[in-house]
Every structure is written in structure tokens, then in C-alpha cells.
Design a protein around this ligand. Structure first.
Ligand code: NAD
Length: 491
């Protein structure tokens, strides 16, 4: 298939192995390694999986932490070699740290130190995954509001009226976020650390917790690092506890991908097709040739269309209804940059970026949702780390991408009523024609500014999008997932 990893990062090729690696390490230079990406013929995790829990103070005793027990059981059922303590283990493929029961930050010490003792045994491309509850008022999505003193008069109250133990618990929950993000920065050998935040009232073994665990353990999340998936509901297929989704989780789904003629959009279209979807590739008429070549390879019909056309959504809907009778998903990937410092910015640069990157996804989604054929619609928008942290010279682009973050957050409850979800993916530095335009020296620096010290591939972004479109992510909505190797710049 044409979605095999490719990069023009010569430095990575030289230092990822052999003498080049030794020289880079001895000089204290960045020493990125080739990341472990999904391969159906190799095990999903590069060694045994260790499940630790905070429980009642001991991190290792089965029975002291029911959520850790349930997660360990799930992983056993799925065929992984599961351990509950690290004694005698010389190589570990992944550590799953279950912290759902954490009520005070001090309770983090024992499991944190136990994890620390294991990190040297973590295999290249290994994983650390925390499972915990979101702090209220800080982490996005799904958290219940703090109870007031009236709910628990015995607990004593803080200034805002919440019981103190709830305040303690909230500090502990947010503590996990800072902890995990720091762990991710200390990982080596292409290993990553990510977390799953499970909303109060949602089981630690809810379908999207298990689906998220599958995604984060696998090579499909190679460039996702230092991030949290927020599971806000129990939605999703029950069978996920026993059977993975296999290689074709998007079987027969009708999914539109805009901006599909090249770059990230092309890889999204190829991967969704490989996962069983009926892909509708869209791009501007000027890109008609590569677009129709792609459509031919995927055995589908392309739709040449400028997404800023006032009737773009209606035309997409008609195309999908005529061919397939419905639409199941749309990936708003088409995007442009028109960088200038704000002092030099002109009206057309600012307006055109907003028009393509934000106004078109808003208008198209609105037009799609006017029709019952879009019931159950899965929407994925392309945001950017620039839209989260800001970026010099990109006021227009950052505004447009932050707009996508806001769009999916507000769309989530609207779509939930119709069985759908809306999420965004925020890529960091990805090796595409867009980033190839960055001058050489800046490009070399930009690639190294993340915990994995390399640019991601379009495939990495496509993998995250495919996951968000799948049933395994039915309980995840309104979220923005960064695919940035834990980009160290900004917020
Ligand atoms: P690209 O420039 O290589 O491809 C963008 C595609 O969108 C092109 O095929 C283009 O023809 C199409 N397009 C542009 N305007 C259109 C319109 N009006 N109607 C229909 N199609 C249109 O870009 P890319 O690097 O593949 O980026 C894809 C998406 O990912 C964009 O939304 C971009 O902002 C986002 N992104 C990219 C990076 C990165 O590092 N490359 C980082 C963050 C976010």
C-alpha cells in the first residue's frame, strides 16, 4: 500500500542506529530512533504488560484495586502476557498504571516510584499508560461538577463550598496529568507515555477505555506522546472486552476526506480504505488528476470540489446519498497556510485561511446535519499545535485551528443526540509538502522540538483519525488529540 512510512529526515536515518547513533549520543546530540509503528505481523506490544494499581497503598496486590484487576483481566483475555508486579521481569513491553481510586496526591508516590524502578526495563517502543479520573474544572470533557457541602456536610468545606476531600481528590487527579507529562519527557528508545481520563460514572472497563488502551498500546499511536484520551461515556461495542477490532474496524463506513489529493489527507484516505471504509476523496478541481488517480487506486469515485463553495456540504451529501444511501463520517482535512507577521498581514491572507480551515468545516457540517442520512455522523477536524500554543507568523492559521477545537467541543452534545461524535486531531510537525516549505535550518530545529526528537509521518495523523472514527472511540467526543510527539513549545 502507498501509506508506508517515508521521511526525508536524513539526520534521523544516520543517528537511529549503528556508529551514527554512538557519535550522536557521545556528543549529547538528539538521538531519535525509528518509531514502532503498526505492523499486523508483529505483536501489538514489545513484551509483557505490567498492570499496577494505586489500590489501598500497595501497588501490587491483586484484589486491592478492582479497576486494576478488571483491566488486567481484559488484557489477559486479549492474549497479552500480563503481570501484576515487576519482580524478576527483565524486559517490559508496557506498564498500565491504574489510578482511578486516587484520592490524595500522596497516594501517587508508591506507584510512581514502582514505575520508576521499571523504566530501565522498558523495551524500545514500549508504553506507559495511566488510567485515571479527570480533575474538575481543568481537564476537558466529561467531568461532573464538584459536589457542594450540602452533598457531604461532614467533610468540611473549602471557600467555594466544595467539601475539602473533594478538593484533595481534585488536586490528586490533576497531579496525575503533570506526572504523566513529565514521565513522557523522560522516556527513551521511542517509548511513549499517555493517559486515559475516565469521567466519573463511567466504568474503568468502558468500551472506549479498552479501545483507547488498544490504540495507545499499539504502534498506531507511535507519534502520540504525553497526551490524554478523555472517555466521557460508556458508549461503544460491548464485545471490545474480548475481541480487538481487527484490521478493518471501519468496514463499509462511508467517510468523506477533504484535501485528499496529497499530504496528510491522501494518507488518511489510504488508511481508512485499508481499514475497510468506502472513502470519498475531495479536493479542489485543480488537483483533479492526483485526486482521480487516488480514487482509482481505492476503487472509489472522487469528488472535485472547493470546500469553500457555499453549497459544498449539500454536494457532498448528494454524492454520498446517491452512491451509498448515507454518510457515516467526514474528515475536515483541507487546509492552507498564509503566514505573515500580523504587522504585515493583509485582509485576503487572513480571510482565506479562516475560510478554508474553519468556515468551510462549519458550513459543511451544518449542511450535512440538516439531513437524517447523517445520523450517527463521526466528525474529525484537523486542528494544529499552532492553534493550541500559538505560533509566530501564524495569527490567522492559529485562529483558524483553535476554531476547530471550539467547533468539535460544541458539536459533541449536538451529535450525541444523534449517535455521533465530533473530535479533532492536532498534528505537530509532520513531514509533508506543507512543512517541506520551511527553510532547511528551521525545519531541522522544528523536527527535534518534541520528546521523540523527530517529525511525525502523515500516517501517524491518519492512525489517530481512524481510531476516532471507529466504534472503539464511541465514548470519546468533543476532544482534541495532539499527534505531536509531545511538542515542547507553548501551552
Ligand atoms: P497540504 O498542503 O500538503 O495538503 C492540503 C490539501 O488540501 C491539498 O491537496 C489542497 O489542494 C487541499 N485544499 C486546500 N484548499 C482546499 C479547498 N478550498 N478545497 C478543497 N481542498 C483544498 O497540507 P498537509 O500538510 O497535508 O495538511 C493537511 C491538514 O493538516 C491541514 O488542515 C493542515 O492545516 C493540517 N496540519 C498539518 C501539519 C503539518 O505539519 N503538515 C501540522 C498541523 C496541522
Amino acid at each position: 500500500m502507498g501509506y508506508a512510512p517515508a521521511t526525508d529526515d536524513a539526520y534521523l536515518s544516520v543517528v537511529s542506529q549503528g556508529p551514527g547513533r554512538k557519535i550522536a549520543t557521545s556528543l549529547g546530540l538528539p538521538a531519535p530512533v525509528a518509531l514502532r509503528r503498526h505492523d499486523p505481523d508483529t505483536p501489538a506490544v514489545p513484551g509483557p504488560v505490567l498492570v499496577l494499581g494505586a489500590g489501598s497503598g500497595t501497588t501490587t496486590t491483586p484484589g486491592s484495586d478492582p479497576d486494576a484487576d478488571a483491566l488486567a483481566q481484559h488484557l489477559l483475555t486479549r492474549g497479552f502476557e500480563v503481570h501484576r508486579h515487576g519482580d524478576g521481569l527483565r524486559r517490559v513491553g508496557a506498564v498500565v498504571l491504574c489510578l482511578t481510586g486516587l484520592t490524595e496526591l500522596g497516594g501517587l508516590s508508591a506507584p510512581a516510584l514502582e514505575l520508576g524502578g521499571l523504566l530501565r526495563s522498558l523495551a524500545p517502543g514500549g508504553r506507559v499508560i495511566t488510567i485515571s479520573r479527570p480533575a474538575d474544572g481543568v481537564a476537558a470533557g466529561g467531568a461532573a461538577s464538584l459536589p457542594t457541602a450540602a452533598d457531604d456536610p461532614a467533610a468540611g468545606t473549602a471557600a467555594g463550598g466544595a467539601p475539602f476531600d473533594v478538593v484533595d481528590r481534585n488536586a490528586a487527579r490533576q497531579g496525575v496529568v503533570g506526572f504523566l507529562r513529565s514521565v513522557a519527557q523522560e522516556m527513551r528508545g521511542g517509548a511513549t507515555a499517555n493517559g486515559i481520563l475516565v469521567a466519573d460514572g463511567v466504568a474503568a472497563t468502558a468500551p472506549s477505555v479498552l479501545g483507547g488502551l488498544d490504540f495507545l498500546l499499539s504502534g498506531r499511536s507511535a507519534f502520540v506522546d504525553g497526551q490524554f484520551l478523555v472517555v466521557g461515556s460508556d458508549a461503544g461495542p460491548e464485545g471490545l472486552a474480548t475481541a480487538p477490532q481487527g484490521e478493518t474496524p471501519l468496514d463499509q463506513r462511508v467517510v468523506v476526506v477533504t484535501g485528499a489529493a496529497r499530504g496528510i489527507g491522501e494518507q488518511i484516505a489510504r488508511l481508512l480504505h485499508a481499514q475497510g471504509a468506502r472513502v470519498v476523496p475531495v479536493d479542489v478541481p485543480a488537483a483533479g488528476q492526483p485526486l482521480s488517480e487516488l480514487a482509482n487506486q481505492l476503487g472509489t469515485a472522487s469528488l472535485p470540489l472547493d470546500v469553500t463553495a457555499p453549497d459544498a456540504g449539500t454536494r457532498i451529501l448528494e454524492h454520498c446519498k446517491t452512491r451509498y444511501g448515507r454518510i457515516d463520517g467526514i474528515v475536515h482535512n483541507a487546509g492552507i497556510t498564509r503566514d505573515k507577521m500580523l504587522a504585515n498581514m493583509d485582509e485576503s491572507r487572513f480571510a482565506s485561511v479562516l475560510a478554508v480551515n474553519t468556515e468551510a468545516p462549519l458550513r459543511i457540517t451544518r449542511q450535512l446535519l440538516a439531513d437524517p442520512a447523517a445520523d450517527g455522523l463521526r466528525v474529525v477536524g484537523l486542528a494544529s499545535t499552532s492553534g493550541i500554543a500559538g505560533n509566530r507568523g501564524q495569527t490567522n492559521y492559529a485562529a483558524s485551528k483553535a476554531g476547530i477545537v471550539g467547533m468539535v467541543a460544541a458539536l459533541a452534545p449536538v451529535l450525541a443526540e444523534r449517535g455521533g461524535t465530533a473530535n479533532a486531531v492536532a498534528p505537530g510537525f509532520i513531514e509533508t509538502e506543507m512543512t517541506a516549505k520551511i527553510p532547511m535550518a528551521r525545519r531541522q530545529v522544528a523536527r527535534r522540538l518534541n520528546s521523540l526528537q523527530q517529525g511525525g509521518l502523515p500516517l501517524d495523523v491518519a492512525e489517530a483519525i481512524a481510531f476516532l472514527l471507529s466504534d472503539a472511540a464511541a465514548g470519546i467526543s468533543g476532544q482534541t488529540l495532539r499527534v505531536c510527539g509531545q511538542n515542547l513549545v507553548g501551552a
